[in-house]
Design a binder for this molecule. Structure first.
Ligand code: ASP
Length: 457
């Protein structure tokens, strides 16, 4: 293992060091070769003099260098580089691995390169310092969030990936079962039902950095297929308490990570006010100057209508598991004034994006049943699709509520990236192809047989 990173070299003047990394650039002069050696922490200039010049180093070859750290003469100091005041005089140079000619440049921002190519060669694309910093920051961000919740007595619980469909308004990804041919699992669009079941189980304070799967039509500002959600559920809690808890978490985490927030406490708008003022339920409260400084502007939206009309009847606007505001419970149970029922849903927006949403849930089985009845589900459908959770609510479910925040989108906002793919290690293309690996792809006839599946397209 190497013992330190290039960024630490400025502390090692006149010391003999062993370095490992990639040749970011190679400049050959008559007497010397200059190599900019890069590791994940930075770049340093290595000077290779005569004795080692037999070696033919190409850009992005992997190198081992032994040498002495020297201060550069005053007029050769490069003020643009953190290690610009030093260089390493190599006494030994080894090429640990040659590279083939690269299919894409890795020392630019990368924005100028076609995305299909970047994702096909994501293992090279990730060599760009910008993407390394994004991944490193992502790790710290999630870690800081975890610390907040653990300190408040929350438990992180993993919930199943192979599961049954749970409605969040998208299509499911389905997985065929070998043991029960003709039957399918669905990948969870969110852990919604599991986290509610955990409340019935008495967990009281749950969170999870959860992977969710939604087969939505590709949208420029979303990751297709899978995304990461901070999922939270709390028992014995009011709407305002959930909002306060999440707001406190964001403020504490952002302060720790030195990310500026425009307005605290976060402004709250009703859905009606939002539509009147902004004409949409996402909006950007920042001035042009604040946008330039990449300040984060959060706001809450509350008091959404519970249902919206479809061609054939009604469907939920956000989440069927939400409870109406208490003053509308009677209307829900008696199925009256449906278009006037307001939900306890709260959405969080930041810099023009919806970054989260949640609600207080229906903890009485009759209330949840009434939602599905209003949506026109038959008794049998309700029983087969949601019987398990309606049943569970009947066994002393505590009042509870929660929220989920989109980690990828929050990070893209903080890191000032337009596209969430810039903050995900191995995202899919907008057309639903995986990075590097070739999925989706056909499977052998043999496997299909085992699953009892015949392809008809
Ligand atoms: N399950 C919801 C979602 O994923 C969030 C929530 O209500 O907690 O959008």
């Amino acid at each position: 293992m190497k013992h330190f990173f290039i960024s630490e070299l400025t502390e090692k003047i006149n010391q003999e060091v062993k370095l490992y990394g990639w040749a970011q650039s190679v400049r050959k002069h008559k007497e010397v070769i200059f190599v900019d050696l890069r590791d994940r922490s930075g770049v340093v200039q290595v000077v290779i003099t005569k004795a080692n010049q037999e070696i033919n180093i190409n850009q992005e070859d992997v190198l081992y260098i032994k040498g002495k750290v020297k201060n550069r003469p005053g007029n050769f100091v490069n003020k643009n580089l953190p290690t610009g005041s030093i260089e390493v005089e190599a006494s030994e140079v080894k090429i640990l691995n040659h590279t083939r000619p690269l299919p894409l440049q890795v020392n630019t921002s990368g924005y100028e390169i076609n995305e299909e190519i970047r994702l096909k060669y994501r293992f090279l694309d990730l060599r760009r310092p910008r993407l390394f910093r994004n991944l490193q920051f992502r790790c710290r961000f999630i870690q800081t969030i975890r610390e907040f919740f653990l300190e408040k007595g929350f438990i992180e619980v993993e919930t199943p990936i192979l599961s049954e469909a749970t409605p969040e308004g998208a299509r499911d990804f389905i997985v065929p079962s070998r043991l029960q041919p003709g039957n399918f699992y669905a990948l969870p669009q969110s852990p919604q039902q599991y986290k509610q079941l955990l409340m019935v189980a008495g967990i009281e304070r749950y969170f999870q950095i959860a992977r969710c799967f939604r087969d939505e039509d590709p949208r420029a500002d979303r990751a297709y297929g899978e995304f990461t959600q901070l999922d939270v559920e709390i028992s014995f809690v009011s709407r305002d308490e959930v909002m306060k808890m999440i707001e406190t978490m964001i403020i504490e985490v952002y302060e720790k990570l030195k990310i500026p927030i425009k307005e605290k406490p976060f402004p709250i708008f009703t859905y009606q006010q939002t539509m009147r003022k902004f004409g949409a339920d996402k909006f950007d409260l920042r001035t042009e100057k604040e946008k330039e400084k990449n300040i984060q502007a959060f706001a809450w939206i509350i008091d959404f209508p519970f249902f919206k009309k479809t061609n054939t009847g009604w469907t939920f606007t956000h989440n069927p598991f939400s409870s109406p505001k208490p003053e509308f419970m009677e209307d829900l149970l008696t199925k009256r004034n449906i278009n006037e029922i307001l939900t306890t849903q709260y959405d969080l927006v930041c810099n023009g994006y919806e970054v989260g949403g949640g609600s207080i849930r229906n903890h009485h089985p009759e209330a949840l049943k009434a939602v599905f009845e209003i949506m026109g589900l038959s008794k049998d459908e309700i029983e087969s699709k949601f019987g398990h959770i309606i049943d569970a609510l009947g066994y002393g479910a505590p009042p509870h509520g929660g929220i989920a925040l989109g980690i990828d989108r929050l990070l893209a906002c903080v890191l000032n990236e337009k596209n969430v793919r810039e903050v995900i290690a191995m995202p899919m293309t907008s057309g639903g192809k995986t990075s590097v690996m070739n999925a989706p792809s056909p499977v052998d006839e043999e496997k299909l047989k085992e699953l009892g599946i015949r392809i008809s397209v």
